[in-house]
Ligand binder design. Structure first.
Ligand SMILES: [Zn+2]
Length: 230
């Protein structure tokens, strides 16, 4: 009745764990079904990255950064080129995550992702206790985008990366996390996109010359955008 995705299949599909959740949210800044895009301008991109905790308010102290003199001021606002890069990154990620769901191969989006990764910076950092980690470098927005890719890198080593997927329905393409034991989910919601695809296949099989085009079921997706933290 509810039309949301918290049915029997619900708990198996949802928000990605840990740092991967921000990658999922980044991919979902574009809602294909609703034709909306949160990254509508360079300023909107900078705002989004800041809200997601991906912008470093304190500039890299280890480099002789002239920006450090402007104490406390935010790193540069995004440029039009930054926005283009961010959107290219998002759509390359979408392609890779669709391949995770079994839609085509990752070849093309992966090489696009590699091109974008080539313009972002990261470097090893050693803590006072001798611990070593890879940290994003560069500045401002590009540092934030590098942080997204490093979250993907961490997920790759944890083995969770292939579970982050994008719904194979062309008119959906929503990112979801596949918690199913079989790891073979391909729709963001079995109760919406899955059943929609099934009824479409059924109509195609049984239509053959029937009268008019049947009305396409548009199930509510309200449950989908609802609660990042709830
Ligand atoms: Zn879907």
């Amino acid at each position: 009745v509810s039309g949301d995705k918290n049915g029997p299949a619900g708990p198996a599909i949802g928000q990605a764990p840990g740092g991967l959740a921000v990658v999922q949210r980044f991919v979902n800044t574009r809602d294909v079904e609703q034709s909306t895009d949160e990254l509508s301008s360079p300023a909107a991109l900078a705002d989004w990255l800041e809200r997601a905790g991906l912008l470093d308010p304190s500039y890299p102290a280890s480099t002789a950064a002239p920006a450090a003199s402007t104490s406390g001021s935010r790193p540069s606002v995004a440029s039009a080129a930054d926005l283009r890069l961010a959107i290219d990154l998002r759509e390359a990620l979408r392609g890779v995550l669709r391949a995770h769901a079994g839609h085509g191969t990752a070849d093309e989006p992966a090489s696009e992702l590699a091109r974008i990764a080539g313009s972002l910076l990261a470097r090893p950092e050693v803590g006072a206790d001798g611990s070593v980690r890879v940290a994003p470098a560069g500045d401002g927005v590009r540092q934030g985008l590098a942080r997204l890719l490093l979250a993907a890198a961490e997920a790759t080593s944890l083995g969770t990366w292939p579970r982050l997927k994008v719904c194979i329905a062309d008119d959906c393409q929503w990112s979801f996390y596949d918690r199913s034991p079989t790891r073979n989910a391909c729709w963001c919601s079995m109760r919406v996109c899955g059943s929609r695809a099934k009824s479409r296949a059924y109509r195609q099989r049984s239509a053959a010359g029937a009268s008019g085009a049947p009305a396409r079921p548009r199930a509510s997706r309200s449950g989908r955008t609802a609660a990042p933290g709830a």
